[in-house]
Design a protein around this ligand. Sequence first.
Ligand SMILES: [Zn+2]
Length: 302
Amino acid sequence: MDGPEFRDRTPRHSSARTTWRVTRGLAAAAVIAGAAFLAAGYIYGDPRFAGLFEVSRGAGAGTAVPSEPGRPASAQAVRTDTPPAGFEEQDEPLGRPQKPAAASSSYRFLAMNDDGTPVGYSPCRPLHFVVNAALAPEGAARLVEDAIGTISRATGITFVDDGATAEAPSQSRIPYQPAVYGERWAPLLIAWTTPDQAPQLKGPVIGTGGSTHFSFGAGPKSFVTGSLELDAPQIAEDLSRKDGAAYATAVILHELGHVMGLEHVDDPVQLMYPEIGAPDGLAAGDRNGLYELGKAQCRKDL
Ligand SMILES: [Zn+2]
C-alpha cells in the first residue's frame, strides 16, 4: 500500500451511531419497589439508530490524499483533513481477542464491508482515548477504566489512556484535529456531559456511542475514531442507588459496544439488547461479536 495509489480516490467518513435509552420513570419506580433489575424491566426504549451517513471531508474527488509516514506529499495533493498514514500501526495485531467460552450468533454489526467482514478498528495499533471528566460523577473514572479493560480483553484491542481533555462532545466531531491531538486520528472521546451540552441526551436517552469509519472510495472501511457521551446527572443518580455501579457499568459497556461496532440485537440476554435486563455485563453474543470485531484488518494505509 502506498500513497500514490489513492490519489484519485475520495476518502469518505461515515458515522455509525446509536443511542441507548432508558425510561427514567420506570427505572425510578422499580428501585422504590426494591425489585431486581431483571424483574424491574429497566427499559431502554426505542433504539434510535440513525443509520450510516456519509460525510464528505474533502473539497472534491481526488483532493484529499493521505501522505506516507515520514514523507510529506506535495502541497497540491495533500489536504489537512487526514493524518499521515499508519501512525503507530504495527505488522501484527497488538493483542488477541479472548475466545468466548460459549458460542453464540446473537450479535449484529453496525457496519459491514463488501466482503462480509464487519467494520472495526485496526488491531495493529492502539486505540487512544481521552476523557472529558469535568462533570463525571464520583467513582466514575474507575467504572470507565474497568469497562475499557473488559472491552479490551474481548476484542484484543489495546487502549491507551491519553488523559483528560476539554473537548466538548459534538455530533459532528471532526475525526482529525491536529491542533488539539497532533498528526493522528483524534482519540476516542469519552465525555461526561449533560442533555444541555449534548442535545441527543435530552429526554430518556442516557448515553450515545459510535465511531467514524474511513475508506478510500469504495475500498474497505475501518473505524478511525469515535465518541461516547454519557448523561452525567442521570448516571450520578443511578450510582446513588443499590446496584448503581453495575447499572452504570452496563451503560458504559453497551455504549463501548457501539463504539467498537456492535449494533443492537433482539435477544434480551445480550448487553446489546436495547432494554437492559440484569446488568451482568457482556453475554455470549456480545462476546462473540466483539471477538469478530477484534479480527478486523490492519490498516497501514490510513
Ligand atoms: Zn444501544
